[in-house]
Write a protein that binds this ligand. Structure first.
Ligand code: UDX
Length: 431
């Protein structure tokens, strides 16, 4: 099939490269000329394992990039994979998506063939009817069902395993309404993938598909917040929350994954999606108690880590090491990172922060230019009066003699990555 993908960010590039790998002819469209050039030269604009290889294998052949939306005319369907940033109240700003929908509408204005627009960006159900459809209709000069249709096909890609998550998904969600043309096109698009890995295909309505994405992420965030809440209770009981989690995870109905309690979740999806769902539910007149608690527990964990540190050392005027700045290991992404509230809390207490991360120092230095950054965990720990562990980078598991160089060897571990040993005052957040 001929496919266009509007947006060459994280989701758009992964989607474009993976669709080309499935055998489709893909045109990636973006207003950013540098990214377009880079893709045409065979390089991925973002770092994701396996992505560079796919882009370089297909660039100039099954994968082309362009700044011109007119390219969508020659394709059977167009994905909208642009950003939906958050407003201050947590609701999503759909203006970029609306503009992309208008561009696609304008491009198909004189066409008589049916064109399917597939929303890949994360949107709440109302956004489809209130913003995307009217934008395409106004620009195309036709109504839905005449020369175009709109479908919703959310993504469930994790950073660091996005290519793998696309090629071997837990499920494919196809949200369509109307006369069946949209569903036929989407089934055809995913046919090679379905034949290869046989994932469950959820064929549903558009509003349901949009909601599934929010519910999926909110449920996962809630699972972590619940194990964090239980973990805090375990800590009060003097019980090891990890032993408890391992045992309850053996119950199939609970499942063993996402039961690692600690300093909380971050990233580009969980914080944004939980906040947007809460804002949408509230504006619909419903008070979503569990979603509220999910977010509140996540906000509380960094402060609990700091209180644990306070219980062993007065940090005012002292050097404190913060190990781990990325929201999870394997990335330089600091969006929603729990290191931010940890650093803020330390600065509020008058501590001198020395931070280290294997990859995210540059990113954090933009947010906190005035703290000190070390080149290694050993450098950050040397002469420190305490250390807060925020991200579970594997290299932190090897730290040992480095703690001996601390002025005061107090370690509060928000991720259960440090090995408890003689000679250091070690506190796990939930164990
Ligand atoms: C997530 C979803 O997994 C993915 O399906 C969605 O499309 C985007 O959001 P990602 O943000 O890449 O993906 O991160 P993920 O690996 O899911 O981890 C999210 C956060 O939860 C991280 O901060 C991680 O440290 C934390 N986490 C995860 C825990 O604190 N405990 C756990 O047991 C698991």
């Amino acid at each position: 099939m001929n496919v266009s993908v509007v947006g060459t960010g994280y989701v758009g590039t992964t989607l474009s490269a993976c669709l080309a790998e499935l055998g489709h002819q893909v045109t990636a469209i973006d207003v950013d000329e540098t990214t377009v050039e880079r893709l045409n030269d065979g390089g991925a604009p973002i770092h994701e394992p396996g992505l560079d290889e796919l882009v370089s294998a297909h660039a100039g052949n099954r994968l082309r990039a362009s700044t011109d939306h007119a390219a969508v005319v020659d394709t059977d369907l167009t994905f909208l994979a642009v950003g939906t940033p958050a407003n201050a109240d947590g609701s999503i700003d759909a203006s970029i998506l609306r503009a992309a929908a208008e561009d696609v509408g304008a491009a198909i204005a004189d066409e008589t063939d049916y064109h399917l627009v597939v929303v890949k960006s994360t949107v709440l159900p109302d956004v489809i009817e209130s913003q995307i459809l009217p934008a395409i209709e106004a620009a195309a000069g036709t109504s839905e069902g005449e020369t175009f249709g709109v479908a919703v096909n959310p993504e469930f890609l994790r950073e660091g395993t996005a290519v793998e998550d696309f090629t071997d998904p837990d499920k494919i969600v196809l949200g369509t309404d109307g006369d069946g043309r949209a569903l036929d096109l989407l089934r055809e698009l995913y046919r090679p993938l379905i034949e290869e890995t046989d994932p469950p295909v959820v064929e549903t309505g558009r509003r349901e598909a949009a909601t599934i994405k929010y519910a999926n992420n909110t449920f996962l965030a809630a699972k972590i917040s619940l194990i964090n809440d239980l973990g805090n209770v375990c800590k009060e009981f003097g019980v090891d929350a990890y032993e408890v989690a391992d045992a309850i995870g053996l119950d199939d109905r609970i499942g063993e994954r996402f039961l690692r309690s600690g300093v909380g979740w971050g990233g580009s999806c969980f914080p944004k999606d939980t906040a947007a769902l809460r804002a949408a539910a509230e504006s619909a007149g419903y008070d979503p108690l569990m979603v509220d608690a999910t977010i509140e527990i996540n906000e509380r964990q960094p402060e609990r880590l700091l209180e644990l540190l306070d219980s062993h050392v007065d940090v005012e005027g002292k050097e404190i090491a913060v190990l781990g700045l990325a929201f999870k290991p394997g990335t330089d992404d600091i969006r929603g990172s729990r290191a931010k509230p940890v650093i803020e809390g330390l600065l509020d207490r008058g501590a001198e922060v020395v931070a280290y991360d294997p990859r995210a120092v540059g990113e954090m230095a933009e947010a906190f230019p005035d703290i000190e950054y070390a080149d290694s965990a050993a450098d950050a720990l040397a002469d420190a009066h305490g250390a807060a562990i925020v991200t579970d980078w594997a290299e932190f598991a090897d730290l040992n003699a480095e703690f001996d160089a601390m002025a005061d060897p107090v370690v509060v571990d928000g991720r259960r990555i440090i090995t408890r040993r003689e000679g250091i005052t070690y506190e796990g957040l939930t164990w």
